[in-house]
Design a protein around this ligand. Structure first.
Ligand code: 3EB
Length: 346
């Protein structure tokens, strides 16, 4: 795991990506209390409290990549619980919430209900700044029972839920929408008490919520990144920048449709433009700014297993040697997207 800026790991929220077989225990384990875990492995499971902490298990690994567990931690004491099908943990400043929706012929209404329950939960407990959401979608580019692409079906239900809660959650958070290897949808999110989150767009990309209808009946509901200011320092520009799943999209167009190396490089340029000081200043975050090399806790999603080596090479030559990077061999939300990259800058 990365040891860059270790002091930053004691502020706000932080995570580690660790091999499933070697979860650190004992004195070498990172300090902090576990808020939630996401296990990327070879089969899905219901969201549960495991070892008294929320655990989401998603089918995202096969023979080409290693299973990993992402562990979100906080310095504050944590309280965990169950809310219907969902599990959660909260520390008074942050909440982690996770839920699995099993396979459906059509996802729209169930996704809407899942999202409305999740938003209601966050609102009632006062975690009104959504920070980061993950949407892990089986068969993402396959048709549902009505012939509509499952990603578009999913986006419709999600957009309806956000529309119903627009008075309470007027701003969309950073997110990922990515394929998994089993049917069903796994959703989890991080949210915070109000006043610390700033949502960012990318000057090189059309906001996803403004994508034209050629990409689906309802646009995807997410921002390109969310900056979470450190707790207890709301006026400060120290914090964490949560970078959404980012792909080779300029404006709203996929570029380099048949060249995975160019897609990976374009994606990293998109992240560079997103996290740079100019873009943070444009969003009112004066004095903050990152380089693509500051991206850590990186997840790289590669559609075709044969492309893993070239994408690994590009990521490893762009990012520092001590960067935490995990690779997954899963479909992306447009058939012409071959790679997607996300991470956190501190
Ligand atoms: C894109 O830029 C690529 O639907 O939540 C990236 C991040 C993508 C989040 C989502 C989709 C989502 O449109 C796909």
């Amino acid at each position: 795991m990365s040891n860059r800026q270790p002091e930053a790991r004691l502020q706000g929220l932080w995570s580690d990506l660790v091999p499933v077989a070697a979860t650190p225990e004992g004195p070498s384990a990172p300090r902090g209390n576990v808020l939630g875990r996401i296990r990327f492995t070879d089969a899905p499971a219901e969201a549960t409290l495991d070892d008294a902490t929320p655990l989401l298990t998603t089918h995202m690994t096969n023979e080409h990549v290693r299973p990993v567990e992402e562990i979100w931690r906080t310095a504050l004491p944590v309280r965990t619980g169950v809310a219907d099908d969902a599990v959660f943990a909260e520390d008074g400043e942050h909440v982690f919430y996770a839920v699995r929706l099993g396979p459906q012929p059509v996802y729209r209404s169930q996704v809407r209900e899942l999202y409305e329950s999740a938003l209601e939960f966050a609102w009632e407990r006062g975690y009104t700044d959504l920070v980061r959401m993950w949407n892990l979608i089986g068969g993402i580019t396959s048709p549902n029972a009505d012939g509509l692409e499952i990603y578009r079906d999913f986006c419709t239900g999600r957009a309806e839920a956000f529309a119903a809660f627009a008075d309470r959650f007027p701003q969309l958070p950073a997110a990922t929408g990515i394929g998994t290897l089993s049917p069903g949808v796994d959703v989890c999110f991080l949210a915070a008490k109000p006043g610390r989150a700033v949502h960012l767009e990318n000057p090189r990309q059309t906001p996803a919520y403004k994508y034209p209808s050629q990409y689906g009946p309802k646009s995807p509901s997410f921002a390109r990144a969310t900056f979470l200011k450190d707790a207890g320092a709301p006026g400060s520009v120290t914090g964490s920048l949560f970078v959404s799943g980012t792909a080779s999209i300029l404006g709203d167009d996929t570029v380099h449709a048949d060249n995975v190396a160019f897609q990976a490089e374009e994606t990293l340029r998109n992240i560079e433009a997103l996290v740079g000081g100019d873009n943070l200043r444009a969003h009112g975050l004066d004095g903050a700014g990152y380089d693509v090399k500051d991206l850590d806790q990186v997840k790289v999603y590669v559609r075709d297993a044969e492309h893993l080596p070239v994408v690994r090479n590009i990521c490893e030559s762009t990012l520092p040697a001590d960067t935490d990077i995990s690779y997954f061999n899963v479909a992306v939300c447009r058939p012409d997207l071959l790679v997607e990259i996300e991470g956190v800058c501190r």
